[in-house]
Ligand binder design. Structure first.
Ligand code: C5P
Length: 414
């Protein structure tokens, strides 16, 4: 099953103001439209010095609006028409001048004018404004810019970035526009309900690797995708998220703190001191149950006698059970990867580990794959995700699971 279009049906107004980062906005339009959004581009005069309206029209599939006096609008009110029925305004890049204008509530160019004219209900913007600053680091650090940024945030704008790093001017510092893929992820996250706002979530993910000698080890086929999706979904829901990851090749979800480990014991030692400081612990990692009792100092060589080496194994610590036994324990969610009789095994595991919620899935059907089917089991009930059976992509499932967790830790939150 392919991932759903994350911004399907969303109408996004993308504003460009003057800055070299305008070249990245071309890629941003592509990503937004690929994610299913309808994108209406509005460009300031300065933005047109950096990239043409022709490019942005070709990529968005709609005429770009550049002037408040655009007489293609039958009522000649571009600033009103453009903000009604729009799900979000994203200004990327937002220049220092643009932010100053927004802070002052200016109305002498189309973009500031339409931001001023966007609809509000009871103090809340029905058409939210997301601003991605892009400027030289000195301009960003200037007290005037910082004052203006604080003002627009106080007025309800959401700040995306800026990033840190090399700047087109050759200097290095804060003020870079976020990359298009980062802006896309932030916009997708913006639309998710903030069910875990102010909460802290600790997630383990991936396999562990138990060394036999300096070059070999015991591991398993877990890809870490489910755990990474849960970390992302929890972050999108407003939580502060720490992800303790075994050896996997996956990018860290935006805004998530990641700690890389290799063995079960390292994972245990990373998790245990952190666990009590978190509200929720989700153990998705496929932790190796055993490790070689001794680690060979050098690579084990064939001895020419065709005798295979034998290993003694010793049990690894059960991280989830250890967290569940803490006097100050987070709400613990376990995973059970089984090959049959999911409900029976999952419920037995729930009791054995002393945890309130376990998520069953079929190991061979999930390891390494992008989609999955979950069976949520608590003391009284069980329920399939997605509802009614079948499979769904792991991020969609992770969002459903986050919702279930939020329901259990903050009743009435959903
Ligand atoms: O004991 P079993 O491996 O069947 O249980 C699976 C659940 O326990 C998963 O949530 C897994 O992350 C967790 N686990 C753990 N430490 C272990 C083994 C499993 O945290 N050593």
């Amino acid at each position: 099953m392919s991932a759903p279009l994350e911004l399907d049906g969303k109408r996004v107004l993308l504003g460009l103001t003057g800055g070299i980062a305008c070249y990245k906005s071309a890629e941003l339009v592509r990503l937004l439209t690929k994610a299913g959004a309808e994108v209406q581009v509005v460009m300031s005069e300065a933005a047109q010095e950096f990239i043409t309206a022709v490019t942005m029209q070709a990529l968005s599939g709609r005429p770009v609006v550049t002037s408040a006096w655009d007489d293609r609008e039958p009522n000649n009110m571009a600033h009103i028409n453009l903000t009604r029925g729009t799900d979000a305004i994203v200004i990327a890049p937002a220049s220092a001048d643009c932010i100053a204008r927004l802070a002052q509530g200016r109305a002498d160019d189309l973009l500031s004018l339409l931001c001023l004219a966007r609809p509000w209900t009871a103090g809340e913007a029905r058409c939210p404004l997301l601003v991605a600053p892009a400027m030289n680091r000195e301009m960003w650090a200037h007290p005037a810019t910082q004052r203006n940024v604080a003002q627009i945030v106080a007025d309800g704008a959401v700040l995306l970035g800026p990033g840190h790093g090399d700047q087109a001017c050759g200097e290095i510092g804060d003020g870079r526009m976020l990359e298009p893929a980062e802006l896309l992820d932030d916009l997708i996250a913006f639309f998710q309900p903030k069910l875990l706002l102010g909460r802290t979530v600790l997630v383990t993910a991936g396999p562990t690797f138990e060394a036999i000698d300096p070059v070999r080890g015991i591991t398993n086929l877990s890809s870490g995708k489910m755990g990474f999706a849960i970390a992302r979904a929890a972050r999108e829901a407003g939580a502060e998220v720490t992800l303790v990851a075994g050896p996997v090749d996956l990018p860290t979800p935006r805004g998530v703190r990641r700690i890389d480990v290799r063995s079960a014991r390292q994972m245990h030692d990373a998790v245990l001191p952190l666990a009590s400081g978190h509200d929720v612990f989700v153990a998705t990692a496929a932790v190796a149950d055993w490790r070689p009792a001794t680690l060979a100092e050098h690579k084990i060589k064939k001895d020419g006698k065709k005798l295979a080496p034998t290993f003694e194994l010793t049990e690894n610590p059960d991280i989830l059970a250890a967290v569940a036994a803490l006097p100050l324990r987070p709400y613990c969610v376990g995973f059970a990867a089984e090959s049959e009789q999911l409900l029976v095994h999952a419920r037995a595991k729930l009791e054995r580990k002393g945890i309130p919620l376990i998520v069953g899935n079929l190991g061979p059907a999930t390891f390494g794959r992008d989609d999955n089917a979950l069976l949520l089991v608590d003391a009284q009930t069980h329920r399939e995700l997605p509802e009614g059976g079948g499979t769904a992509d792991k991020l969609s499932l992770a969002r459903l699971l986050v919702r279930e967790i939020a329901l259990r830790i903050v009743p009435h939150s959903v």
